[in-house]
Design a protein around this ligand. Structure first.
Ligand SMILES: *Cc1c(COP(=O)(O)O)cnc(C)c1O
Length: 428
């Protein structure tokens, strides 16, 4: 394929935008080459500036679960736009989407809308700290909760020590309040709690991890966290920015029948517009300003365009009884196909999948946490990625990403994808 126009646009972008991108994952740093500039998208396909077509497995990193340019979202945004784009006042639309979200997700009584998943998670831990009057949080290595300071912490030597900042600009003061644990390691969490008695406000987790590839929780892990939190007056925060409205209508809480204290949303909930949200039972949410002392605000939070897009999206999901089953079946079909093809190749691999989240790791050992995810062979991934891109299959340009499956994919698209994988596998 020719990427001439993309290359030229990237060179121009680099002059005026750091790294040529407004979010680092879009750059092809981990895989080499220059990012593809997309001009339009429809259903399961992306069309780039050079006129190439791709079957899309990124789907805006999650939101496009019903396909690109999903008509109900497009139409409601167009109609709302004509009525004015933002007022800075309450609107009826906000109550409508809040009520719908609360009816779909178990165990939440009130919800507040923000503009991104980052904001949702940042606000959720502030609320947890305000509610519990404690400062520290536990997060898991390999889990991503957006780019606010408290979350940009990487494991030091051993996961049970104080975090050290892994991005310049995060102060040591902030880092010391974030404790790092190992995913799927309940004992590790228990140790951290014991070592910091009465100091931990919240445990925040991707209940099915999707930012180190797809790493499902092992049996008993989430249940164990629930018990540890309840016993120690710690709030359990499920970051469902990726899993919410993707794995089930009610997210992982519904899937595993586990109650979180606070839940955060993003991605799908905005239907492709900038939306995040956090939600909990009223007792917790009432600690937020203006009812309570915990401050949280946003000039464009809940703006009518974002809410119109989100509402059309959630309605589409809520009214489609067969959606999650279809998504699971399509993803399982893909999984089985890839497994068969790679088994016949000479590469070592592991495939993780839960529902419509799937990741291919180029290492034979099971991937259960960040350490095991990091063992994947990046040189093989690079070849795999570029080989597929050249065949018109667009997966995320990083070995640490889940593939995002959209319902717009047909079995013909999936077969086309598998044929491309078969061809590329011979070059690995
Ligand atoms: C994408 C993501 C975020 C951050 O959301 P943004 O909208 O990019 O700020 C937070 N948590 C998880 C689990 C995510 O996947």
């Amino acid at each position: 394929m020719l990427y001439q126009r993309s290359s030229q646009l990237f060179a121009e972008a680099e002059q005026v935008i750091p790294g040529g991108v407004n979010s680092p994952v879009r750059a092809f740093k981990a895989v080499g080459g220059t990012p593809i500039f997309i001009k339009s998208a429809k259903g399961a396909y992306l069309f780039d500036e050079d006129g190439n077509r791709y079957i899309d497995y990124i789907n805006s990193w999650g939101p496009m679960i019903l396909g690109h340019a999903y008509a109900p979202v497009v139409e409601s945004v167009i109609e709302r736009t004509k009525l004015g784009t933002s007022f800075g006042t309450p609107t009826a639309l906000e109550t409508e989407i809040a009520s719908l979200a609360i009816s779909m997700v178990p165990n939440i009584e009130k919800i507040r809308f923000v503009n991104s998943g980052t904001e949702a998670c940042m606000s959720a831990i502030r609320l947890a700290r305000g509610f519990t009057k404690k400062d520290k949080i536990i997060k898991f290595a390999g889990c991503y909760h957006g780019h606010s300071d408290s979350f940009l912490i990487q494991a030091g030597s051993g996961a049970s020590t104080f975090g050290t900042p892994n991005s310049p600009g995060v102060t040591a003061g902030t880092a010391k309040d974030t404790l790092l644990a190992r995913y799927n390691d309940l004992e590790n969490v228990a140790q951290l709690i014991a070592a910091n008695p009465n100091e931990i406000a919240a445990i925040i987790i991707e209940p099915v991890a999707g930012n180190m590839g797809c790493v499902p929780p092992q049996k008993g892990f989430l249940e164990g966290l629930r018990v540890l939190c309840s016993e120690n007056d710690i709030l359990l925060i499920f970051d469902e920015v990726m899993t919410g409205f993707r794995l089930a209508k009610g997210g992982v809480q519904e899937l595993y029948n586990i109650k979180a204290d606070i839940v955060t949303f993003g991605k799908v909930i905005g239907g492709g517009l900038p939306v995040g949200a956090f939600a909990a039972r009223a007792e917790i949410m009432n600690h937020l300003a203006p009812l309570g002392p915990v401050y949280q605000a946003g000039t464009l939070s809940g703006n009518p365009l974002a809410m119109a897009a989100g509402l059309a999206m959630l309605k589409g999901i809520n009214e489609d009884a067969g959606l999650f089953k279809r998504l699971e079946e399509k993803t399982a079909y893909l999984e089985n196909g890839i497994r068969e093809i790679l088994s016949e190749s000479k590469v070592d691999f592991t495939i993780n999948r839960l529902g419509s989240m799937i990741s291919v790791h180029f290492d034979a050992a099971p991937v259960t946490d960040f350490q095991s995810a990091a063992k994947g062979d990046n040189a093989t991934f690079k070849k795999f990625f570029h080989g597929l891109l050249d065949e018109g299959i667009y997966i995320a340009p990083s070995a640490y990403e889940t593939w995002f499956i959209t319902d717009a994919l047909t079995y013909e698209d999936l077969d086309h994808t598998l044929a491309a994988i078969r061809k590329v596998a011979q070059t690995l």
